[in-house]
Design a protein around this ligand. Sequence first.
Ligand code: ADP
Ligand code: TRP
Length: 322
Amino acid sequence: MSRLLSGIKPTGDIHIGNYFGAMRQFLDLQNEFENFIFIADYHALNQLQDAKELSKNILEIAKAYLAIGLDPQKVTLFKQSDVPEVTELAWIFNCLTPIAELQRAHAYKDAVAKGSPINMGLFDYPVLMAADILMYNADVVPVGADQKQHLEMAQDTAKKFNKVFGEVFKVPKERILASVATVPGLDGRKMSKSYKNTIGLFDSEKDVLKKVMTIKTDSKGANEKKDPAADNIFALHKLFATPEELKELERAYKEGGISYKESKELLGIRINNFLQPIRERKLELDVNEEKIKEILVAGAKKAKSEAVAMMKKIREKIGVEI
Ligand code: ADP
Ligand code: TRP
């Protein structure tokens, strides 16, 4: 069975962009692969340095994974930091990675462009991510489009190590679904925690209805013809409507039979219908946090045994085992 691996950083509330871009694939593929899904807490540390907040976010992601329907019997769920071997491997990869390559990384270039303070963790982010992926010999890594460059860097790292020290690593493949590669946020930019333009996976019904009313549109009036391809509300409908509902909506847009306000109200209802069962499962998990911790401990044990065996091989290859 091929192996699938992916992770999400616990840097804030999980949103529907994370769900459709990444998590939904974990769910759809859980029966087809051997799965390793983790919480990238050491990755979060470069931007989130508040212990209470980080602990809270870690639990939230674990709840999100379980609330959407990941089955711990089929998926090894764990915290990145419970397998510290991964930071050891990141060091080894650091020694193979040219600085110039990391200087070309989008996340780093964005931080430079914004004049944000940059710590070594941010600069080195793709190297730790390569270690996450290669440590567990992943065949497939499902992510959103913004992670493509990181995946390419992991592929390059695998090839480079294999060339320098001999074959150890598989070259992993990314899996990016074109239809949901970038879910737009309320303001039309990519939905992202950092833009505060998100609809949260655990948002209340009321919050969802309030947020959808703030989606930016052009100023076309109720009866004017509208271009579905140029509208943000429509782009979000695509994620929640059935094909028939979408066809009907497209017709109404093109004929000028629906106002943006009506389209937003309909979207709010559709999103809430979709989120309702997830919210209900989250409530059950809120009163069962001990169980969640047990799942993570069991996952860490399995992931760690893989990592220890892998590190033994790697240490031999690089020559530190004498
Ligand atoms: P954020 O941008 O909110 O900080 P993350 O970087 O933590 O989100 O992303 C976690 C996962 O969700 C990644 O695989 C990423 O590609 C995916 N993702 C995040 N935002 C979106 C989006 N708007 N559309 C599609 N996928 C997304
Ligand atoms: N960089 C990913 C993100 O920002 C999170 C991540 C860390 C990850 N390590 C990974 C994703 C390994 C896939 C595989 O969302």
